[in-house]
Write a protein that binds this ligand. Structure first.
Ligand SMILES: [Zn+2]
Ligand SMILES: [Zn+2]
Length: 356
């Protein structure tokens, strides 16, 4: 394919971001990369793109370097393509439409692990929000700081869910689930047979977040290939802001926020595996997480992944945070038919059963 002009592409991206009123630092990244590259002979730009040394230049980061490599390969950069795809659409209206299409939430916690409220109260709040289901995904044993459930306690929880469901309003139910730790070797931190019994399995990395790239990639790929895994939770583990305890809640130990950078992994390999094994990528709505970042949502979308727009609520009021995830999804052009929690409970459970 004929190479495109990478500098023109970077400038076009900056222009579209400015017009969409995106954060200044984000725009600046594209403008300064364009400026740096414009000062170099084009042969050197091409050579550095081939050698993977563009990021050694000041003002060129991973995202801009990737755009340049794609342009030089004759492809419209993914970043640009996704921006163009949402251009001219009313993002508020798109976000609202997505939120309206959601019929449940696949990632919630109760006071059985580190949530602040009983599952009954979480369920009643979800009914008020118009949901048809919530998946109860308390933590797994190794996450002791979050009172992760042993196999025995999880079995007892399953019985309790059944009892609670009988008392809930018609047309609503709690689906069983877990937020299972993805262990250092990529295995899942719960008994296989129990995982097989659950309606939905969300898997997340909570430890060794600074693992080096190849190790983290292998760890995630192993988990994604596990037929029990349905949803990959908050995949980068980043924390973008500190939240006061009043917001996260006293019972929020597992998710107490400090700023934390993204884990390093090969996102293209991970999303390709999610698409291949039909594992949904979570768009985590928690304000301090906003995980994955939009550039990765765009890549997952290109890779053909499904998504789950979840709140990761640790208290009833937090169940209303889905709006934040919908806004970010809309900005990246995620269509409702790629989002698994636009399905009914029956469709969702059909899908997870078929997968495992
Ligand atoms: Zn988590
Ligand atoms: Zn969680």
């Amino acid at each position: 394919m004929k190479a495109r002009d990478p500098i023109a592409d970077l400038r076009r991206i900056a222009f579209l971001l400015e017009r969409a009123n995106e954060a200044t630092y984000r725009v600046r990244a594209f403008r300064s990369a364009a400026k740096t590259l414009a000062a170099l002979p084009s042969a050197e730009v091409a050579e550095r793109a081939r050698a993977g040394t563009l990021t050694e230049l000041s003002g060129v980061g991973d995202v801009t370097a990737r755009c340049v490599a794609e342009s030089l390969a004759g492809e419209e950069p993914v970043y640009l393509r996704r921006l163009l795809a949402t251009e001219g659409s009313d993002l508020d209206a798109e976000a609202t439409a997505l939120r309206t299409a959601l019929r449940g939430d696949c990632h919630t916690h109760s006071d059985w692990s580190d949530g602040g409220s009983p599952m009954e109260e979480m369920a009643l709040a979800a009914v008020e929000l118009g949901h048809e289901y919530v998946v109860l995904t308390d933590h797994s044993p190794r996450l002791t700081v979050a009172r992760g459930l042993t196999a025995d306690r999880l079995r007892r929880q399953l019985d309790h869910v059944q009892t609670v469901n009988e008392a809930l309003p018609e047309g609503f139910r709690i689906l069983t689930g877990i937020e299972v730790d993805i262990l250092a070797d990529g295995s899942l931190d719960q008994d296989e047979k129990l995982l097989a019994r659950l309606d939905v399995v969300v898997g997340s990395v909570h430890s060794g977040l600074n693992d080096e790239r190849s190790k983290m990639t292998r760890r995630m790929l192993t988990a994604i290939a596990n037929p029990h895994l349905d949803v990959l939770g908050h995949c980068t583990g980043r924390m973008v802001s500190s939240r006061p305890a009043a917001v996260t809640g006293p019972g929020d130990r597992g998710h107490r926020a400090r700023t934390r950078k993204e884990s390093d992994f090969d996102a293209d390999a991970v999303f390709a595996a999610c698409a291949e094994h039909d594992v949904a990528v979570e768009i985590n709505s928690r304000p301090e997480r906003q995980d994955p970042p939009k550039r990765l949502i765009r890549r997952a979308l290109e890779a053909g992944c499904r998504f789950a727009i979840n709140t990761d609520a640790h208290a009833p009021g937090q169940l209303d945070w889905q709006r934040f995830g919908c806004e970010r999804a809309a900005r990246c052009g995620v269509p409702a038919d790629r989002v698994i929690n636009t399905w009914s409970a029956e469709q969702l459970v059909d899908w997870t059963r078929r997968r495992s």
